[in-house]
Design a protein around this ligand. Structure first.
Ligand code: ZN
Length: 196
């Protein structure tokens, strides 16, 4: 089932999410819905708060990035297979130089800005079998994880912009909250006035 993606301005996007209990009811269905919702919106990642749930869960499929010709064959191969659900993740460590990448977000349609993040990270998480794993990522794979991880910490990429950039896009962000944006997937806007 495709779920509506909540837009910029919704309180759930600003809250730190909580761990999913082992006995959480309907987890399999939720995960399936998140995959379906992400693909329907042509996203490379989707976090639970983006479908209105303050839970520490996100899904990633970075395979569209594998087409990027600027990448080495090794990086392309890594991204091609990078499809994963991260349950109750914890970023243990970030390392390397900060680098800028033009990011977008399904909750903030039509806004793209350069965001600086560190090159590499180590993350621990539970897989769908309930096993706790620890893995390291770098480059674009790390980038997607950092963006989605921020969602479960209540942080959006627009929070990381300079005060000037924030001022410049303020009007656009307000319009998104009100639903005044063209988008070709299902969304829920926090400040949309009820239509008759
Ligand atoms: Zn996002």
């Amino acid at each position: 089932m495709i779920l509506p993606i909540v837009a910029y301005g919704a309180p759930v996007l600003k809250k730190k999410a909580v761990d999913i209990p082992a006995d959480y009811e309907g987890f399999d269905a939720l995960l399936e819905n998140m995959w379906e919702t992400m693909y329907a919106a042509s996203g490379v990642g989707l976090a639970a708060p983006q479908v209105g749930l303050g839970l520490r869960l996100f899904v990633v499929d970075a395979s569209p990035f594998a087409e990027d010709e600027d990448l080495t064959p090794e990086e392309q191969a890594q991204l091609k297979d990078f499809k994963k659900a991260f349950i109750n993740p914890v970023i243990e460590e970030e390392s390397g130089e900060e680098w800028a990448f033009n990011e977008g977000c399904l909750s903030i349609p039509d806004v793209r800005e350069d965001v600086k993040r560190k090159e590499a990270l180590t993350i621990s998480y539970q897989n769908e079998a309930g096993e706790r794993l620890t893995e390291s990522y770098s480059g674009l794979a790390a980038r997607v994880i950092q963006h989605e991880y921020d969602h479960i910490e209540g942080i959006l990429f627009t929070d990381k912009l300079s005060p000037l950039k924030k001022r410049l896009i303020k009007g656009k962000l307000n319009n998104i909250s009100k639903g005044k944006v063209r988008v070709d997937y299902k969304m829920k806007f926090p400040l949309q006035s009820k239509k008759r």
